[in-house]
Design a protein around this ligand. Structure first.
Ligand SMILES: NC(=O)c1ccc[n+]([C@@H]2O[C@H](COP(=O)([O-])OP(=O)(O)OC[C@H]3O[C@@H](n4cnc5c(N)ncnc54)[C@H](O)[C@@H]3O)[C@@H](O)[C@H]2O)c1
Ligand SMILES: [Zn+2]
Length: 366
C-alpha cells in the first residue's frame, strides 16, 4: 500500500500540489521534471542539507533542465536581506528568466528565504518547496508565507508566494537530529491543541512512536498536519481570522527567540514555552478545560530544553510590544477554550501579562 498523500490547494494565482509520504521525491519525479523541462532551475539549499539530498534532487530532475545550485548559510542566518540580495544577483548573472524555477531544498530557513527570493525575482517565479525538517514539512512549506529577518525583528520583510509544488518526503527526516524532530513535533501538537481534539488524542497515543522517529508515525503526523493547515489556510489565506489561531504559543515564543538572539532556542522549543505561558494566561481566565493538564503532560514527555534562567522580564515584554500585532494597550493572544478549540483574546492589558510572565519566569528560576 502506498502511503503517499496528495493535496491540491487552490489559491488566487493557481494551485499548490502537495505530496506527503515516504518516497514522495521518487513519486514526484515525472511531474517535477516536466515542470522544469527546458528551463533554468535554481536549487537553493545550504551546504549541510545539500550534502544529504542534492544528488537525489538532481537525479529526480534528470537532464531535463539546467540546474544551478545556490548555497545559502545554514539555519536562521540564511534569512537576511543580504542573502536574498546575493541570490537575486546570482540568478540574474546565471540567466534567470520569468519562466525560471526556484526549488527550495531544506528546512524552514531555506524555504523562507528561497520563497521570498522567488516571490520578488522578476515579480515572481514559480517555486517548489522540498522541506527536509519536520517543522518545514508540517508548517513552514505550506501556506505560502515567505520572509526574511531584520536585525531587530524576525520575519518582518516578506511576501505571500504559494509554491506550485511541495514535496514532503518523510524519508528525509531519518537524518534529522532529535532536537529538530522535537521542534517540529511541537508545531504538530500546537495545531491539534487549538484545532482538532481527536487528533490531539491520537497524538497522545502515538507520541512514543513519534519520539522514536517511527517512519509510519511520522508520515501520518505530516499528512494530518498538512491536511489541518490547508483547511485553515484555505479559509483564511491572508491571515486575518481563523489562521491566527496557529500563533498559539508564538507571542512569547517569538519574544524568546528575539531576546535570546535567533538560534539559541529552536523555534519549536520557544513555542513550547510560549504554549505553557498561554495556558497560564488562559487558566487565569478560567479557560482551557482539560487542555492545560493534557498539553503540559505531552510537553513533559518530550525532552525539550528548560526555559533559560535569568531572562529579563522587561526585555521580553518589550519584544512582545514591538510585535507587528501589538498595540499600546495589549496584543491579541491565542488561548484555548478547551482541547481542540483555540480562542483569540484581546482584552489582556500589558500590566496583567507582565505579572503573569514574572511569575512564569520565577518558576523557571526555581
Ligand atoms: N513560512 C512559514 O509559514 C513558517 C512557519 C513556521 C516556521 N517558519 C520558519 O522556519 C524557520 C525554522 O525552520 P526549521 O526548524 O526547519 O530550521 P532550519 O531550516 O534552520 O533547519 C534546522 C537545521 O536542520 C538541518 N537539517 C535540515 N534538514 C535536515 C535533514 N533532513 N537531516 C539533517 N539535518 C537537517 C539544517 O541543516 C539546519 O541546521 C524559522 O526561520 C521560522 O521562522 C516559517
Ligand atoms: Zn511556528
Amino acid at each position: 500500500m502506498s502511503a503517499l498523500r496528495r493535496f491540491e490547494s487552490p489559491h488566487e494565482r493557481g494551485v499548490s500540489t502537495i505530496l506527503v509520504g515516504s518516497d514522495a521525491l521518487k513519486a514526484a519525479a515525472p511531474e517535477i521534471s516536466a515542470w522544469c523541462q527546458g528551463r533554468r532551475v535554481f536549487l537553493i539549499t545550504s551546504e549541510q542539507v545539500g550534502s544529504l539530498f542534492e544528488d537525489a534532487v538532481r537525479t529526480l530532475l534528470g537532464s531535463s533542465a539546467a540546474v544551478e545550485t545556490l548555497i545559502v548559510p545554514d539555519g536562521e542566518e540564511a534569512k537576511s536581506v543580504g542573502v536574498a540580495d546575493g541570490l537575486w544577483n546570482e540568478m540574474l548573472e546565471r540567466g534567470g528568466k520569468r519562466d525560471s524555477r526556484v526549488i527550495a531544498l531544506g528546512g524552514g530557513s531555506v524555504g523562507d528565504v528561497a520563497g521570498f527570493v522567488a516571490a520578488c525575482f522578476l515579480r515572481g517565479v514559480e517555486l517548489a518547496q522540498i522541506p527536509t525538517t519536520l517543522l518545514a514539512q508540517v508548517d513552514a512549506s505550506v501556506g505560502g508565507k515567505t520572509a526574511v529577518d531584520l536585525p531587530a525583528a524576525k520575519n518582518i520583510v516578506g511576501a505571500f508566494h504559494p509554491p506550485t509544488w511541495v514535496i514532503a518526503d518523510t524519508d528525509t527526516l531519518t537524518s534529522l537530529p532529535q532536537g529538530e524532530l522535537l521542534s517540529g513535533l511541537v508545531e504538530v501538537v500546537k495545531m491539534a491543541a487549538v484545532l482538532d481534539a481527536s487528533l490531539f488524542s491520537e497524538i497522545e497515543e502515538r507520541l512514543d512512536s513519534l519520539l522514536q522517529s517511527d517512519p509510519r508515525a511520522l508520515a501520518w503526523a505530516v499528512g494530518e498536519s498538512v491536511r489541518m493547515k490547508l483547511e485553515i489556510v484555505e479559509q483564511d489565506p491572508e491571515e486575518s481570522g481563523v489562521r491566527r489561531l496557529l500563533n498559539f504559543g508564538h507571542t512569547l515564543g517569538h519574544a524568546l527567540e528575539t531576546v535570546l538572539s535567533y538560534g539559541s532556542l529552536r523555534h519549536g522549543e520557544a513555542v513550547a514555552h510560549g504554549m505553557r505561558f498561554a495556558l497560564r494566561l488562559g487558566s487565569e481566565m478560567d479557560l482551557g478545560g482539560e487542555l492545560p493538564g493534557r498539553l503540559e503532560s505531552i510537553l513533559d514527555r518530550m525532552p525539550l530544553p528548560p526555559l533559560p534562567k535569568d531572562l529579563s522580564l522587561a526585555a521580553l515584554l518589550d519584544a512582545m510590544r514591538r510585535d507587528k500585532k501589538s498595540t499600546e494597550f495589549g496584543t491579541t493572544w491565542v488561548l484555548a477554550e478547551r482541547v481542540g478549540r483555540g480562542l483569540m483574546v484581546d482584552s489582556l492589558r500589558w500590566e496583567q501579562v507582565g505579572r503573569t510572565l514574572e511569575a512564569f519566569l520565577a518558576s523557571a528560576d526555581e
